[in-house]
Structures are given as structure tokens and as C-alpha cells.
Design a protein around this ligand. Sequence first.
Ligand SMILES: Nc1ncnc2c1ncn2[C@@H]1O[C@H](COP(=O)(O)OP(=O)(O)O)[C@@H](O)[C@H]1O
Ligand SMILES: [Mg+2]
Length: 311
Amino acid sequence: MTQLRVAIMADETGWHTRQLQAALRARGAVGRCVDLEDCDIDTAASWHGLAIPGFGKELPDAVLVRGIAGGSFEAVTKRLGILHALRELGVPVYNDARAIERSVDKSMTSLLLRAARIPTPPTWATESEARARRILMREGAAGHALVLKPLFGSQGKGLALVGEVNGAHHALPSLKGEYGHLAYLQRFVPPTQTPGYDWRVMVIGGKAVTAMRRVSQHWVHNVAQGARCEPTELTPELARLAQGAAAALDMDYAGVDLLPSHGPDPVLVVEVNGVAAWHGLQKVTGFNIARAIVGDLLDRKLASAERERRA
Ligand SMILES: Nc1ncnc2c1ncn2[C@@H]1O[C@H](COP(=O)(O)OP(=O)(O)O)[C@@H](O)[C@H]1O
Ligand SMILES: [Mg+2]
């Protein structure tokens, strides 16, 4: 059998891509890093019309999506289009573009979690500042603050606490600029202790495999915002909710963010990351995440694609 060639789609190379390449090598496969920005559509060059650097007229045997850079609406549409096309051409894409789209759009994530009956804080998305302010007033009257998030945000960037917070009123900021004229608002879940924390659970191939706590004084507990990673037990409750969330978005692998709460639901899912980083988590767990991702890609995803091709 010839060596399997996997395209690792990444906008930057470093620790994660090296981990994946080493895990692929250990399985006798080769991982080649490709930036989606450098992938073209060229309908004159080959039967499939894609130009993937390093693959000539061929297609990769599988694709692992590790990073997609932001860009203009047009550029991102093309990048996701390449991933959609690869799937349509029968190449297993891990995570598939549809799953990535669902998770990048936080409002779609909220809807799908709600539809799957996964506990998540009440959430609103509106283009109307007047309606956003009315939601703020109504929630404030019921004693709730709100979190305003950029719809496509990541790494805890641009999050703002609005409404009644510790007796002070925080007005809704302008929705121009980073909010893109859209108010994505979510009921604030107050910390259950000081310092507060949330959980990150890694789900691979439908199974929660490892978890950590992210602890910080600030209520935004992203590692990129300075939160400390701590090992924690993956309880059956965390595993069940994280697996449910990953399944609701049809993810091959996902980094699921969960919050503890003193409300009726003791654990709430706030985010499902379809292009999750795992450097912080790997530091506090003995479980090898890259090896598990590669194992699931080759043994489940690629194997089932091959079965389909033969059928
Ligand atoms: N509704 C909320 N209530 C309390 N804290 C929240 C809420 N939403 C988010 N956070 C905090 O902010 C962090 C970042 O929010 P998240 O929705 O995961 O966006 P990002 O894509 O930027 O990671 C969460 O991990 C959590 O610590
Ligand atoms: Mg998050």
C-alpha cells in the first residue's frame, strides 16, 4: 500500500502541526502543512478543479483542519469552498466545513444546542440596537447581566459584560466595528467561586477524552486571556454534555467550553470549538490528544469513507 498523504490545513505551523505530523508519522502516514489561503480553484488544471500546494494534480487522502485565517468575506468563502469541494470529491475532511461553519457562527451553535436540549444560557441575536436594548432592560429587571460577543469571536476577544453588574449599569457599546452590526447576547452566568473557572472538554470521534479547568480572576477564562490550566476529572456529567454538544454540531473532534452554575442546570455549554487548540490542555493531561485525533481520522473517518467508496 502506498503511503497515506494527509493535508494539514493550517494558517501557521508550530507546536500543533508538529504534533499532528509526528502522530501521522507514527502511523506510517505523512502530514503536509497547507495554508487554505494558498489553495486555488483552477478548473483548467485538473479534473477536480482544485490546486492544493504540494499535491500536484492529485488530491490528499484526507484533510485535517487545524487553522483557518480570518479574511474578507470573499476570501473566507473561497477557503471554506475548498473544504466543501474536497468533501464533495470524497476526501474525508476532519472537521467538515459544515461543522466548522456551525461552530464559527455562535448563534447557530446556540440554536443547535437548544434543539438538542443541551443546557446553554438563554441567547439572543439581533441586528436592531433598539431590540438589543429592550432585551438588556428586560433581563436587567429580572436580575441578569448579559454578555455581548462578536458572532465569529474566539480566544475571549471582544467579550463585554453589559447591563446591571454589581449595582452599576453598563450600556450596550456601539455595534459597529468588531460586532459587525449584530448583537449576539447571552445571559451572564455568574462565577460559583473566586477565582472563577470554566471547563474545556476535548471530544474526539464522539467520545469525551480529557478535560481541564481554566481558572482566572477575570470572568473570561480563555487561556489566551491569561487563564491558568488545571487538571480536572472528566466526570460522567461533563462527558455527557460535551459529547451531546459535539454531536449536535456533527463534529469529528471538538473543544467544548462549559460553565458551572448555581442555577437550575449545574453545568451549561457555552461554546463548541470546531478548530480547537489543545496546547494548554495537553500540558495538564497524560492523554495524547494529537495521537487520538490522528487515530480517529484514520481508523474511523477514513475507513468509513473507503467503505462508502467500495460500496
Ligand atoms: N454567558 C456567559 N456567562 C459567563 N461567562 C461566559 C459566558 N459566555 C462566555 N463566558 C466566558 O468567556 C469565555 C469565552 O467565551 P466563548 O463563548 O467561549 O467565546 P470565545 O470564542 O471567545 O472563546 C468562556 O470560556 C467563559 O469563561
Ligand atoms: Mg471559548
